[in-house]
Design a protein around this ligand. Structure first.
Ligand code: GDP
Length: 296
């Protein structure tokens, strides 16, 4: 995949030999190809512009090494910067030293929020031997509550019983109380989603945040939605505050551009990626792998 961009850049630099340093013309020619690759990967336009300007500054004037072509050298600058901008290192879910740790999942309906809640419960239980309690705060869609309950059965994790008419922030408080009394390590709060962002949803999620004071507020978003995801992320960033992102449907056709957009817009690490519908298909996020995918 990665060779693709290198091949393209190879063509850009065809016939150019014996050069001392990368000139502005060299770099600009190469960056035109990089720009296309990023846009094809569905990276949001402002993020692409920022990235290109950044790489240009780093690449112009660099000594051309003997062992590589100018094309390979620009690709290396692009790749290194991309990995860095994607967060560099892998980032873990933070757990409180004093349990229970409240973790809130937010996002649009259909982003994969409930499925991710179930997957995360399974992961915490099996990989970290944690006792997990899940709670659905979606009071408008009983189907969402049932879905979480089903997931609880499947992964062998307890789900808070819903009481008709109870508002979301009260459910969050009750979940925390039950977790404290019952000796749970982690409480996963699956908040309501909407098809599109609205003020009421933002207010509701902010109230839940105030009631639960989550250690992690994770934005769940679909890697396939590309540019749209940016607006969603901005609202949640500004009105709720986020600690990280979970990118779902990374198994689909998406080239992973949403990862770069999300990281840049939220300024927060991508902590996990969903790579399929199955409950074990939740993986750590490795910036270098996604960088390769984005550069296609
Ligand atoms: P919610 O409305 O945000 O809670 O979304 P759901 O959790 O109900 O997920 C919506 C659909 O996306 C379901 O059919 C899930 O199985 C599917 N889904 C969730 N995560 C992934 C993923 O990482 N990959 C794939 N292929 N499908 C996913």
């Amino acid at each position: 995949m990665f060779d693709n961009l290198q091949e393209r850049l190879g063509k850009v630099f065809e016939g150019l030999t014996k050069r001392g340093a990368l000139t502005e013309e060299d770099v600009d020619a190469a960056l035109r190809e990089v720009r296309v690759a990023l846009l094809e990967a569905d990276v949001a336009l402002p993020v692409v512009k920022q990235f290109i300007a950044d790489v240009r500054e780093r690449a112009v004037g660099q000594e051309v090494l003997r062992s590589v072509t100018p094309g390979q050298q620009v690709v290396k600058v692009v790749n290194d910067r991309l990995v860095e901008m994607l967060g560099g290192e892998q980032s873990e879910i933070t757990l409180k030293t004093e349990p229970p740790t409240p973790i809130m999942l937010v996002g649009l309906q259909g982003s994969g929020k409930t499925t991710t809640t179930g997957k995360l419960a399974k992961r915490l239980k099996e990989k970290q031997k944690k006792r997990v309690l899940m709670a659905s705060l979606d009071v408008q869609r009983p189907a969402a509550q049932d879905q979480l309950k089903q997931l609880g059965w499947q992964v062998g994790v307890d789900t808070l019983d819903n009481v008709p008419g109870e508002p979301p922030k009260a459910i969050a408080k009750r979940a925390l109380q039950q977790a404290t009394l019952g000796g749970y390590d982690v409480v996963l709060l699956d908040t309501a989603g909407r098809l599109a962002i609205d003020d009421e949803l933002m207010r509701e999620v902010a109230e839940i945040r105030d009631a639960a004071q989550p250690t992690e507020s994770l934005l769940v978003c679909d890697a396939m939605t590309g540019q749209d995801a940016v607006t969603t992320a901005e609202r949640f960033r500004d009105e709720v505050g986020l600690t990280g992102v979970v990118l779902t449907r990374v198994d689909g056709d998406a080239r992973g551009g949403a990862a770069l957009s999300m990281r840049q817009v939220t300024g927060k690490p991508i902590k996990l990626i969903g790579t399929g519908e199955k409950l074990e298909e939740l993986e750590p996020f490795y910036p270098d792998r996604i960088a390769n995918r984005i550069l296609g």
